[in-house]
Design a protein around this ligand. Structure first.
Ligand code: 2AM
Length: 184
């Protein structure tokens, strides 16, 4: 039997948008120097829809056609990235993220994916799904002052989803594209 690997479904960002995000990250870095912040590498910027955990290649072969069937019936849509949010709290943030809207569209996509993958033995998520784009992780515990920036709303057309394979290396996560799935 082939070895399991870590995988997740996400919305990858178009190249031009990644460049815009690099500018946003640079502004944030300037306002928030030091503080043990690990910024997301531009190539890793994405919005997770469903984290699958460890999957077998055979499971992927089984759920992929089912996910493709469902997703290909969903219309493309415009996503707006406009609000910077701090998780789990403003006082003691550990993650700096951008909130996409309309969230309902992403929640609907995540539900559709989950409906299919659980049929092939994968776990349903027990926590509420909160779509976000991780810009950075703050490694420092406790109270952290965060300086926000004004950013222009960034829009992009969601035309496809991507199944990624994720590898954790000593220099951080490395994501490999396994499959794109187009929306209608
Ligand atoms: P994050 O953006 O909040 O880190 C790949 O690890 C992607 O899957 C990341 O974007 C991560 O979200 C998301 N993810 C969701 N649940 C996860 C989990 N239990 N472990 C690791 N990553 C998870």
């Amino acid at each position: 039997m082939d070895k399991k690997f870590r995988a997740f479904f996400a919305i990858d960002l178009p190249k031009e948008l990644k460049q815009e995000m690099v500018n946003v990250i640079k502004l944030l870095q300037k306002k928030n120097p030091g503080k043990n912040i690990v910024w997301t590498k531009p190539e890793n910027l994405h919005i997770t829809l469903k984290f699958l955990g460890n999957v077998l290649p055979l499971q992927c072969e089984q759920f992929l056609p089912a996910v493709e069937d469902t997703i290909s019936q969903i219309q493309k849509f415009t996503l707006k990235l406009e609000k910077i949010s701090l998780f789990p709290s403003k006082r003691s943030p550990r993650v700096i993220a951008l909130l996409p809207s309309p969230m309902e569209r992403l929640v609907a996509l995540a539900c559709k994916i989950e409906e299919q993958v659980v049929r092939y033995g994968l776990q349903a998520e027990t926590r509420a799904f909160k779509p976000h784009l991780t810009l950075a992780r703050i490694k420092q515990k406790g109270k952290n002052e965060f300086n926000d920036i004004a950013m222009p709303p960034l829009n992009f057309e969601v035309e496809r989803l991507t199944l990624f394979r994720s590898e954790i290396t000593h220099t951080g996560s490395r994501y490999e594209i396994l499959q794109h799935i187009s929306l209608k």
